[in-house]
Design a protein around this ligand. Structure first.
Ligand code: PGA
Length: 254
């Protein structure tokens, strides 16, 4: 049987000052103190990483960043390197979020380099993919995802991707209140797991965690998590409030 520990990850995007981030992290730590069967991760903005790392260091809440640059260091004004993220206490890094692709021109090639850099520095990449509304409506969902996965994971071996997490986030469901139905999500997750199997073999396909993201809330998490190929969630808006997020973390198991 696959042993995929569920992961509920909070993406705080460009929200919260340092003080607010520390306060929310403290509240979350208390609310999920008893949770051991699910991994909990929060990704505050860069400026709050180090103070939040100090806040969560004795608990089970893990820390992630929302982006990184692929170089270790260098003259790249405004960028943050994997080494810096590790030194700030990060374990995870979100890569290729649709907002990065849409507003900051991130390409599949950039995403590929970023995943490579994360793996090299022992950060766990959360590799985001997803189709737009127009792509879904014109029947291109699977071809778009196929391309994003193949390009993002180009020139990798199964061994490099042992820790990799995939996050399927349909762009039309992010921040819109429209969630994919659990049936739609399961259909895509199943497709993605088979694709990973074709590219890298069954062992990786069985062990890789695939998260769903896009308007996840306490009200819909349990139904999503009941599906066979959904191993967790990447949560935006509903992760900003500790109490709401802790309810998602403590979803009802089928
Ligand atoms: P949302 O965002 O939960 O606010 O829809 C998800 C995400 O962008 O990761």
């Amino acid at each position: 049987m696959p042993n995929r520990k569920p992961l509920i990850a909070g993406n705080w995007k460009m929200f919260k000052t340092c003080a607010e981030a520390v306060e929310t992290a403290k509240q979350l730590m208390e609310l999920v103190a008893e949770v051991s069967d699910t991994e909990v991760m929060i990704a505050p903005p860069f400026t709050a990483l180090y103070p939040v790392a100090n806040t969560v260091k004795d608990g089970q809440v893990l820390l992630g960043a929302q982006n990184l640059h692929w170089e270790k260091e260098g003259a790249y004004t405004g960028e943050i390197s994997p080494l810096m993220l590790v030194s700030a206490g990060c374990r995870y890094v979100i890569i290729g979020h649709s907002e990065r692709r849409q507003y900051f021109g991130e390409t599949d090639e950039d995403v590929n380099k970023k995943i490579k850099a994360a793996v090299k520095h022992d950060l766990i990449p959360i590799f985001c993919i997803g189709e737009s509304e127009q792509e879904r409506e014109s029947g291109q969902t699977f071809s778009v995802l196929d391309k994003q996965v193949k390009k993002g994971e180009e020139r990798f071996f199964a061994n490099d991707l042992k820790t990799l997490v995939i996050a399927y986030e349909p762009v039309w469901a992010i921040g819109t209140g429209k969630t994919a139905t659990s049936h739609q999500a399961q259909e895509v997750h199943h497709f993605l797991r088979s694709l990973v199997g074709d590219l890298f073999g069954d062992t990786l396909a069985t062990s890789i965690r695939i998260l769903y993201g896009g308007s996840v809330k306490p009200e819909n998490i349990s139904e999503l998590m009941a599906r066979q190929d959904i191993d967790g969630a990447l949560v935006g808006g509903a992760s900003l409030n500790a109490e709401t997020f802790s309810k998602i973390v403590q979803f009802k198991r089928a």
